[in-house]
Design a protein around this ligand. Structure first.
Ligand code: AMP
Ligand code: MG
Length: 414
């Protein structure tokens, strides 16, 4: 048996960062930038108003108070998107809207609330009272204060979140080079499996793993390629596995334990190579890893256990980091927190236990409660969990009230 860390290290040593693609920015959410992006322009392009109000020279407000306002001549109005023609001189002001370019000569904007505009009934307004003295530069957004022309805005290697997509848009970049998404082939194995749109004969079960796994692939940025079900026959498993040769990773579920019909490993022994079989963890002990060969390609293969919970958890621990590495991500681990255990969690045979827990926050502490029942065939236990509490290999049990490390599956701060 090998440890979770050793297994992960092996998996990661077999996967490489993928090549690049150039795509419209909105299709790149979650992908990693593969170019340094420099700005061709200033953002904002011109000095402009940060508030609705009056553009003026701060000097013109000198000595103004509510009881003795500075009265200025209003020489025009400018809205966002327009270009002001007027030149502001001492004693004059231009009515201005947020985002509108500052007229020449003006150095500040006084907001409506600091004028007597509300008291004036004649429109258009020809005179305005400024009710207080303002500092030069007030409520003015400077040209280039966000991004200046020629600036390195986003560095190669940056994962693109909504804010990065927005920044790319703000400099008029329509497409961008990113590390492409991995295509992940998913194959379910087992004579007992039936596709979900078919009637369910006695003795059979629906193939749920392909769906939970495909959803996990999508969630972490990959593109699932569902290969369907292979019955427990060498020839058919072989044929299906061949269909994965144009993918970046093959995930199979089932058929990797010691059962009589566990054939994936036999097929792999012929069509590729196998790296290891058992990991010191629970659930999910049987796990295969290797490469499949064919058409001049070598595709990494992760053989996940068939039990629905085990397959999802081993995906989180091994397939997810592999996918993220292929996508060029640097941070491959999920967030871990410390929680107070509200359940007794046992480790009976020296394997690291990943217990499904629901974590909640109370004050400044987290509490983790085991979701019952915990059988690795009970998929609904995953629907009631938001984290995996860890009982280390060398600890027999975590008692109620003790601290436990929890790997968060869903994390609002993620
Ligand atoms: P195996 O690893 O093939 O021995 O399968 C272990 C358990 O997981 C068995 O009870 C299988 O019926 C179940 N199982 C295997 N594959 C799937 C699947 N694709 N969907 C749902 N359950 C599965
Ligand atoms: Mg099976």
């Amino acid at each position: 048996m090998i440890s979770v860390e050793q297994a992960l290290e092996k998996v990661l040593s077999y996967v490489e960062v993928l090549g690049r693609e150039e795509k419209p920015i909105l299709e790149c959410l979650g992908q990693v930038l593969d170019e340094d992006v420099y700005s061709p322009l200033n953002v904002p392009p011109l000095d402009n108003a940060a508030m609705d109000g009056y553009a003026l020279q701060a000097e013109s407000s000198r000595g103004a108070t509510e009881s003795s306002p500075a009265i200025l001549d209003v020489i025009g109005e400018v809205s966002a998107g327009a270009l002001p023609e007027q030149v502001v001189r001492p004693g004059t002001a231009v009515r201005i809207m947020t985002g509108a370019p500052l007229p020449r000569g003006a150095d500040s904007v006084v907001k409506f609330e600091d004028t007597d505009e509300a008291l004036r009934s004649r429109h258009p307004i020809s005179k305005i009272g400024i009710l207080k003295e303002i500092a030069k530069g007030l409520n003015v957004r400077r040209a280039g204060e966000d991004i200046s022309r020629g600036q390195l805005v986003l560095e190669k290697g940056t994962p693109l979140r909504p804010q990065e997509i927005g920044v790319l848009a703000s400099i008029g970049k329509t497409t961008v080079a990113v590390i492409r998404r991995p295509v992940v082939a998913i194959l379910a194995t087992g004579d007992e499996l039936v596709e979900i749109d078919q009637p369910l004969p006695q003795g059979k079960i629906y193939n749920s793993n392909s769906f939970s796994l495909a959803a996990q692939v999508i969630r972490y940025g990959g593109i699932p390629k569902i290969l369907g079900i292979a019955p427990d026959r060498e020839k058919e498993i072989e044929a299906k596995i061949r269909q994965a040769l144009d993918s970046d990773l093959l995930l199979t579920s089932g058929g990797v334990s010691m059962g009589q019909y566990d054939l994936v490993k036999d097929v792999l022994a012929k069509q590729g190579e196998i790296s290891f079989w058992t990991v010191r963890m629970k659930p999910g002990k049987p796990l295969a890893f290797g490469l499949i060969y064919g058409d001049g390609r070598r595709v990494p293969h992760l053989g996940l256990p068939g039990n629905p919970v085990s397959s999802m958890i081993t995906f989180e621990l091994f397939a997810r980091p592999a996918i993220l590495k292929m996508m060029g991500k640097k941070n491959l681990s999920k967030p871990m927190i410390e929680a107070v255990s509200e359940s007794r969690m046992e480790n009976t045979d020296g394997r690291r236990v990943y217990a499904r827990v629901m974590v909640r926050r109370e004050g400044d502490r987290y509490f983790a409660r085991v979701t019952a029942p915990q059988g690795s065939g009970i998929l609904t236990s995953m629907t009631r969990a938001n984290g995996l509490a860890i009982v280390p290999e060398d600890i027999a049990a975590i008692a109620e009230g003790e601290t436990v490390q929890v790997l968060m599956l869903d994390w609002s701060e993620e």
